[in-house]
Design a protein around this ligand. Structure first.
Ligand code: ADP
Ligand code: MG
Length: 637
């Protein structure tokens, strides 16, 4: 074993210790994934070696056939996995197998609730990696040597997964990594040839290098007259990278298994698209839409999901240049025949063919989503509920695809009793009365606030559907999305409202007449409310409420403005106007009120309730409450 003089015992990073504990206790019903993770690491190690050997061919030496060898000992209860990939140096072993380097992992672990049921769900989404070995093993021994280092610089690592590990230097003739799992009593079933083959078929069929196991004895005995056990390794997978195979020869299960391999996700993907492009640019892409959001979906810096290969050589993870940011949830592989093998992120940024590939892939994803919306509406709805808010960012990021994107959006409708976002713009348009020209929408803090807002009254009365938007990105998005299918979007609470069933001319005339007739009331209101409003006007939107506040078209909503200002944002100043409902008893009463101080109190109350209905916070709540109580007291006599 290792030279004791060089052996040290080290503690796992706190997060690792926590993760280990959680994993052992939460993955008991899904133990077999340890094999997927370890085979996947061995395949990654071969990818890395192949990549480094492009610049340093001597790293491969005579050992050029890369592979993964799996063996077991049913009596000793062990499983051994060996690869001749890149291997690890002593420092790499300590940091790779003692800490969690993957960005965001530490945060992830901190966010675990301690509730095992909930956390086991999270951990599945996160991907578990090397440490999953401890789900089945009471002890894990690793022997490894980094390609290019001397045989004397081999490393031995061992741990029982309980807080610490030991690491020492060994002689190791072979490059690459060997992992021995000493199975727990309740996991000895895995030291079995059939079992192992079954699991490897399930998870590793698509791996680009061969996975070997020893031929079963029955098969070898026949050839051997002396009855000695002959050792014969045989590849048990196809060893062709999945995306290089023709679509017709790949089963859905294989596509799903490959998705799990590249995404570390436990769940099946919602859908995928596999394409080979030939011509001026040659590349193959395999793109997946997941069913579940990663925990860091809203972190725009988080790693993106595409892996880049050039002529089947793995080049990099997180190849963010190939898809816009708003499609960051897409996972997959792109394999180019044209890019240089030494391509770097910098080269990608300035390479003109990347732009072409990117727009083709973008279109492909949008088409895939459109197809899903049509043929699997339920899956699409769940996709929308999970990723819709991210897709909306595309309206701003990707003008060229606005129309296509908008056709994929789903909204809550004021005609519905619940806030389910399941109405498409096409359906909205198809249900519009013939004389309706615009697409009406309202933005609000909550579905009920939007649906019950005073701005909605005339729409409710006329039974006109209004899209109720409550996502944080909606105000921002709608300031960029002006029309769809030639119909413009109109916010019901902003600007002048001209409903389509009355001609704009007639309406304007009627309003002018009314405003002239009630000019005195409007002027008194403006005087009473002063700088809080720009002006008071007669409303065409109100049915039940006495008054409402209206901002100019294109202006940011009042509640959002307050929220942004509270967060310290500087916005160009803007004030709402007040609109009043001449048919309302309170307004009629105010019109004949001669006591100026009472008129003022009524105006304050009127403004206050209109602001509250907007979802705003009152600047001076005690003044509002005081005036209201005074009026109530007078009323009660
Ligand atoms: P991930 O694969 O997501 O990086 P893992 O926990 O599976 O996370 O592995 C941690 C790290 O350990 C890997 O990134 C790699 O650097 C190293 N490693 C694991 N297995 C091997 C192996 N067979 N050969 C070389 N390095 C390995
Ligand atoms: Mg891994």
């Amino acid at each position: 074993m290792s030279d004791t003089a060089t052996t040290e015992t080290l503690g796992f990073q706190t997060e690792v210790a926590k993760l280990l504990h959680l994993m052992i206790h939460s993955l008991y019903s899904n133990k077999e994934i340890f094999l997927r993770e370890l085979v996947s690491n061995a395949a990654d190690a071969s990818d890395k070696l192949r990549f480094e050997s492009l610049a340093h061919p001597e790293l491969l030496a005579e050992d050029t056939e890369l592979g993964i060898w799996i063996d077991f000992d049913a009596d000793a209860h062990t499983i051994t996995l060996r690869d001749n990939g890149i291997g690890m140096s002593r420092d790499e072993v300590i940091s790779n197998l003692g800490t969690i380097a993957r960005s965001g992992t530490a945060d992830f672990v901190k966010n675990l609730s301690g509730d095992q049921q909930k956390d086991s769900h999270l951990i599945g989404q996160f991907g578990v990696g090397f440490y999953s070995a401890f789900v089945v093993a009471k002890q894990v021994d690793v022997r490894t040597r980094r390609a290019g280092l001397a045989a004397s610089e081999g490393v031995f690592w061992s741990s029982q997964g309980e807080g610490e590990f030991s690491v020492g230097t060994i002689e190791r003739a072979q490059r690459g990594t060997e992992i021995v799992l000493h199975l727990r009593d309740e996991a000895t079933e895995y030291a079995d040839g059939w079992r192992l083959r079954g699991i490897i078929h399930k998870y590793a069929e698509h791996i680009g290098i061969p996975v070997y196991m020893l031929k079963t004895q029955d098969e070898t005995q026949g050839d051997d007259e002396k009855g000695e056990k002959e050792v014969a390794w045989e590849a048990i997978n196809q060893a062709a990278a999945l995306w290089t195979r023709p679509r017709t020869e790949i089963s859905d299960d294989e596509y799903k298994a490959f998705y799990k391999h590249i995404s570390h996700d436990f769940s099946d993907p919602a859908t995928w698209s596999h394409n080979k492009v030939e011509g001026k640019l040659e590349y193959t892409s395999l793109l997946y839409i997941p069913t579940r959001a990663p925990f860091d979906l809203f972190n725009r810096e988080a790693p993106k999901g595409l892996k880049l290969y050039v002529q089947r050589v793995f080049i990099m993870d997180d190849a963010e240049q190939f898809l816009p940011l708003y499609l960051r949830f897409v996972k997959g592989v792109i394999d180019s025949n044209d890019l240089p093998l030494n391509v770097s992120r910098e080269i990608l940024q300035s390479n003109p063919s990347i732009e072409t590939i990117r727009s083709t892939l973008t279109k492909r994803v949008l088409d895939m989503l459109a197809k899903m919306a049509e043929s699997q509406p339920e899956s699409y709805q769940s996709f929308w509920d999970t990723f819709g808010a991210v897709l909306k960012e595309g309206v701003v990021e990707d003008h060229g695809n606005q129309e296509k994107l908008a056709s994929l959006f789903r909204f809550a409708s004021s005609r519905q009793a619940d806030e389910k976002q399941n109405l498409s713009l096409d359906t909205y348009i198809s249900q519009m009365p013939a004389d309706q020209k615009a697409i009406y929408y309202v933005t609000a803090e909550s579905f009920q606030a939007g649906r019950q807002s005073p701005h909605m009254e005339i729409f409710r009365k006329k039974d006109i559907d209004v899209l109720v938007m409550t996502d944080r990105v909606d105000e921002w998005m709608m300031s960029w999305l002006r029309e769809y299918q030639g119909k413009s979007f109109v916010h019901v609470g902003k600007g002048d409202l001209s409903l389509d069933d009355v001609s704009a001319e007639d309406q304007k005339k009627a309003q002018e007449t009314q405003e002239a007739e009630h000019g005195d009331l409007l002027k008194r209101l403006k005087d009473a409310l002063g700088e809080q409003i720009t002006e008071a006007k007669v409303s065409s939107r109100l049915v039940d409420s006495p008054a409402c506040l209206v901002v100019a078209e294109g202006d940011i909503g009042l509640a959002t403005r307050q929220m942004l200002e509270a967060a310290g944002q500087k916005l160009p100043p803007s004030k709402p106007r007040m609109e009043v409902n001449l048919d309302h008893a309170l307004i009629k009463r105010m019109e004949v009120e001669t006591d100026e101080s009472r008129f003022k109190a009524l105006s304050t109350v009127l403004y206050g309730q209109a602001a509250l209905a907007e979802g705003m916070q009152l600047k001076d709540p005690s003044l509002f409450v005081g005036q209201l109580n005074q009026l109530l007291a007078q009323l009660l006599g």
